[in-house]
Design a protein around this ligand. Structure first.
Ligand SMILES: [Fe+2]
Length: 472
């Protein structure tokens, strides 16, 4: 490979700003889409990595941009727009960073920092760049602060109303859907002199959160997601913890206040979804994860599958200067934990040789229940995420899709409405083509990862995190 080709296929472009907001009525396509596939893939991710000359430091810091791929009659249209959050509007109006982000802070007075502890709603950022969820008829963009941003799924414009506020200062952008109510279940950490973990529910038409359970905690763990079975909410506390007072007063960016304390181990707590009663005492060796994959009950045991790292070093790996320099990053192993109620023991087993992140399952059919397949992305020789993967959890068998110089994002599974099999459907992944410097929507057959179609976007799309498919 020549030097010129090598630099052209580097993933660095995925960490550079996209300023342009656009609408394309029909994307250029190759292949043919299945006739049953209709609806919109809505995706979220950072797209602006500097404000008024101040560079963002971490992948998780960039200002959120929404992307919409609408599939109808075998054709794909596209639109993108910055998420008009309070954080975004303040940055645009003042030409500087006003609210703090995951690992980058503007200069703030001690007064402002104390205020954030006692009146979080007024000063917390709402740059919701992580995920998208549907709550009844509402679409919301989410991050790890308690302030989701509602938007119109067609125009991607912000609705200008707060759909709800999570009962704490920290939350997750990975809610679960409650099959019974059609509402949402999520987690928040309430910080203060007495801190607590709180699970809460929001009904499909409600704007108030109902706390299901409140568990006291001295030093809350960083939590990016949680698990759900038919009976239990599953809390996995990794030993990456924060002293709430230090968080409020240190003046350091948010994530730099967390400390890795492996001596605490990894602790699981099961919370009854109906009564809120907690069952704890499940402890195993230290590890770290962003993503729960799935969880379910199996007799006396609760099975919890995670994309597990050996420690929290991956957060350091995702600083932009490291990523742009092509430095290596930690890989996650698909790991199954078995929590046995009778003796509080925790079994642990790696399910596949391949490393996998940004995991997706056939959520509608399999979440909370026994399941077989996980789709996600895996790394490659170019130093970034270069494969779409399918793992069979029953035997670890792994399939992969890759193409030279291409960097795929999270593959979203969309089930064939007439499906009998768990993996009958397609995967939708936004891929950066390092060769052309543009991105495309990749459609794969979810069963064998055969390429079905591509729809080409006229510009690059910075690497994003998560999205959802809304059926037409
Ligand atoms: Fe995530």
């Amino acid at each position: 490979m020549s030097l010129a080709t090598a630099s052209a296929t580097k993933p660095t472009l995925g960490f550079s700003t996209l300023e342009q907001e656009t609408v394309v009525d029909e994307l250029e396509m190759t292949g043919e889409l299945p006739r049953w596939l209709g609806g919109s893939l809505l995706r979220n991710g950072p797209a602006k990595f500097e404000i008024g000359g101040q560079p963002m430091r971490h992948w998780f810091d960039g200002l959120a941009m929404l992307h919409r791929f609408t599939i109808a009659d075998g054709r794909v249209s596209y639109g993108n727009r910055f998420l008009e959050s309070r954080s975004y509007r303040a940055a645009r109006e003042q030409g500087r960073m006003v609210y703090g982000e995951f690992a980058t802070d503007p200069c703030r007075s001690l007064f402002k920092r104390v205020q954030s502890l006692f009146s979080p709603g007024s000063v917390l950022p709402d740059n919701a760049n992580v995920n998208i969820a549907r709550l009844g008829e509402r679409f919301i963009a989410m991050t790890e602060t308690p302030l989701p941003v509602q938007f119109d799924p067609d125009t991607l414009k912000a609705a200008g109303v707060r759909p709800y506020e999570a009962p704490g200062q920290l939350s997750t952008a990975h809610p679960h859907m409650d099959r019974a109510s059609g509402g949402m279940l999520n987690y928040a950490a309430k910080l203060g002199p007495r801190s607590s973990y709180r699970f809460f529910a929001v009904g499909p038409d409600q704007s108030k959160a109902r706390v299901i359970s409140s568990l006291p905690v001295k030093e809350p763990a960083y939590m990016h997601s949680f698990g759900l079975t038919e009976r239990w909410l599953v809390l996995a506390e990794f030993p990456f913890v924060v002293n709430p007072l230090a968080l409020a007063l240190s003046g350091r960016p948010y994530i730099e206040n967390y400390r890795w304390k492996p001596e605490l181990g990894t602790r699981f707590t099961l919370v009854d979804r109906l009564t809120g009663k907690a069952t704890g005492g499940f402890q195993t060796d230290a590890c770290f994860a962003f993503h729960h994959v799935n969880a379910y009950e199996d007799g006396d045991e609760v099975v919890v599958d995670l994309c597990a790292f050996s420690d929290a070093g991956v957060i350091e790996d995702l600083y932009l200067d490291r990523l742009r320099a092509g430095k290596p990053f930690a890989a996650a192993a698909l790991t199954r934990f078995r929590l046995r109620a009778s003796d509080r023991s925790v079994g642990r087993e790696r399910l596949a040789e391949a490393s996998i992140e940004l995991p997706r399952i056939n959520y509608g059919r399999c979440n909370e229940r026994p399941y077989r397949f996980v789709w996600g992305v895996g790394d490659g020789p170019g130093g970034w995420l270069e494969q779409v993967l399918k793992i069979d959890t029953s035997d670890g068998a792994t399939l992969s899709w890759s193409a030279p110089g291409c960097y795929p994002g999270e593959p979203v599974f969309v089930a064939n409405p007439d499906a009998e099999d768990e993996d009958d459907g397609v995967l939708l992944s936004v891929v950066l083509d390092g060769g052309t410097g543009t991105s495309f929507l990749l459609v794969l057959d979810a069963a064998d990862l055969a390429e079905v179609a591509r729809a080409k976007v006229p510009h690059h799309i910075p690497f994003g995190f998560h999205g959802q498919f809304a059926r037409a």
